[in-house]
Design a protein around this ligand. Structure first.
Ligand code: UD1
Ligand code: MG
Length: 499
């Protein structure tokens, strides 16, 4: 379909001309003071650039290209993965030296000249959505402009390019902060950096840009004055939601834009029927799915890939990464990653579910319990103070308090199997590989090294012996000795009275 569209002759219709999007992401992002390229810093679990590229992809352009430069290997790797995830082609164009936004677009256009419309956006404005990009495209096509800008009226325009309009209100140019006269600096309508261009006009205008400005850069913004000079139409779509065009230049903005995105996602989920008792302390990634009547208690963080089924309750104090929580389950004060918890199960408080944990329906992983790579069957309970690693446990069994699945011999990991309806005693060690069969019991304090057949009771501990009078002989005159003497005397008296 992609080839079909771009193979069309230059379009004379307004709505079918091919659209290409260029995402500029070559800048260094010096103010981040980071070893990581700015556009790979994350909010809501996704790099800034991924937010921008997904929004661009949602506008369904025929071509989607990203101009990369600083940290380009890491950025390119992320884009390759994203291309697979989105199932659409993402071209990358390298801008060797960052000589300005006009130069970046020139690099992008040199590689792929096409007619139609070119949308330009940035890799560091993560809240811009597909709907706004489509609206810009519609306005551009409707007006037949050479350039249509996305602008915003802001309280603090410092740092942005200002939109200069003539007496008739028509846009005549964009002036950068550093080149603005004091009068221009008071203009509160700013350039968001998102534009729709007629491709043929853009390509000629790019050749006419100069570095004659305070930063010695090729400014993309100068294309506006060039269009006006040619008598071509320049229009602006004023974005009414300023957050959508908010850029990230430093970590302060990273936090504030991230918080706003989170706030919006929480509103979305509350409107979908999720109860969030304290929205100020709940953080969600984009790739999270929540069912109706889910309750999120305070201090909950749900990271990418986590799904929570209808009516389940999460928190307080819980972080889950790529976990799937079944309907009606309850997860309290828990840290979980790549774990599956089936419907009606209960986890925590103070549980750690590590990768490969699978807890069956109505099962329980209780307090101070760590589970790793283990299948715990439906109705089975591990209530207290235990480590379950590399194990398969059947259904409706009970694992006694303070049990350790001894899975590691210092060299290799081994597997333990516990059957169904088993009752294992408190303070057991299961030294893997070992198997406790269906319906078997084990005695408290046992170190189980041999398989236990179905229905057997395994006792694996030293037999108790009491050495009478040991304290009187070895610890005479101590408080323990005195207490013991009193207890023995009491006992003697009570036997005499009974007689
Ligand atoms: C630019 C605009 C300004 C606008 C502002 C909005 C120009 C000259 N100015 O200013 O009018 O208000 O954005 O945020 O365009 N980039 C490259 N290669 C380069 C230079 C930049 O890829 O050579 C990319 C950056 O990675 C960034 C984006 O382009 O994502 C914007 O560059 P930046 O230097 O931040 O431009 P501003 O000075 O903010
Ligand atoms: Mg900027």
């Amino acid at each position: 379909m992609l080839e079909g569209v771009s193979a069309q002759p230059p379009s004379d219709g307004m709505s079918s001309d091919p659209v290409s999007v260029l995402v500029l992401a070559a800048g260094e992002g010096t103010r981040m003071k980071s070893a990581t390229p700015k556009v790979l810093h994350r909010i809501a679990g996704r790099p800034l650039l991924e937010h921008s590229v997904r929004a661009a992809a949602g506008a369904e352009p025929d071509e989607l290209s990203v101009v990369i430069g600083h940290g380009r290997q890491a950025v390119d790797e992320h884009l390759a993965a994203l291309q697979d995830g989105l199932g659409r082609r993402i071209e990358t164009v390298v801008q060797q030296e960052q000589l300005g936004t006009g130069h970046a677009v020139r690099c992008g256009r040199e590689q792929r000249e096409s007619a139609g419309t070119v949308l330009v956006t940035y890799g560091d404005i993560p809240l811009l959505d597909s709907a706004t990009m489509r609206a810009l495209l519609r306005e551009h096509r409707r007006s037949g402009n050479a350039v249509t800008l996305l602008t915003a009226v802001v309280e603090h325009p410092a740092g942005y390019g200002r939109i200069v309009r003539d007496a008739a209100g028509e846009v005549t140019s964009i002036v950068e902060q550093k080149d603005a006269t004091p009068e221009q600096a008071t203009i509160d309508e700013i350039n968001s950096g998102v534009y729709a261009f007629d491709a043929r006009f853009l390509d000629t205008a790019l050749r006419r840009l100069s570095t004659d400005n305070s930063q010695g850069e090729l400014y993309l913004t100068d294309v506006v004055a060039i269009a006006r000079g040619e008598g071509l139409g320049v229009g602006a779509l004023v974005c009414s939601d300023n957050w959508l065009v908010e850029g990230v230049n430093d970590r302060v903005q990273l936090a504030s834009v991230g918080a706003e995105l989170n706030r919006r996602m929480l509103l979305h989920w509350m409107r979908e029927g999720v109860t969030i008792t304290d929205p100020s302390s709940v953080w969600l990634d984009c790739d999270v799915r929540l069912g109706r009547d889910v309750v999120l208690e305070p201090n909950v963080r749900l990271r990418a890939g986590t799904t929570v089924g209808e009516g389940a309750s999460i928190g307080p104090e819980t972080t889950l990464t790529a976990c799937s929580i079944g309907a009606g389950a309850e997860v309290v004060s828990t840290h979980g990653e790549h774990a599956e918890v089936a419907a009606g199960a209960s986890v925590g408080p103070f549980a750690y579910l590590r990768s490969g944990t699978r807890l069956g329906e109505d099962g329980k992983v209780g307090t101070f319990v760590e589970v790793k790579n283990a299948d715990i069957g439906a109705g089975t309970k591990v209530p207290h103070l235990s480590y379950v690693g590399d194990a398969t446990v059947g259904t409706n069994s009970n694992i006694g308090a303070a049990t350790v699945f001894v899975n590691y011999d210092g060299v290799a990991k081994h597997h333990t199997v516990i059957g169904s309806h088993a009752r294992t005693g408190a303070d057991n060690m299961f030294v893997a590989p070992v198997r406790v069969d269906d319906g078997a019991y084990t005695a408290a304090g046992s170190v189980i090294t041999d398989d236990v057949p179905p229905g057997a009771m395994a006792v694996a501990r030293g037999k108790q012996r009491n050495i009478e009078g040991w304290v009187a002989k070895r610890r005479p005159g101590t408080a323990a000795d005195e207490a013991a003497q009193r207890a023995l005397a009491d006992r003697e008296n009570s036997t005499e009275n009974d007689e």
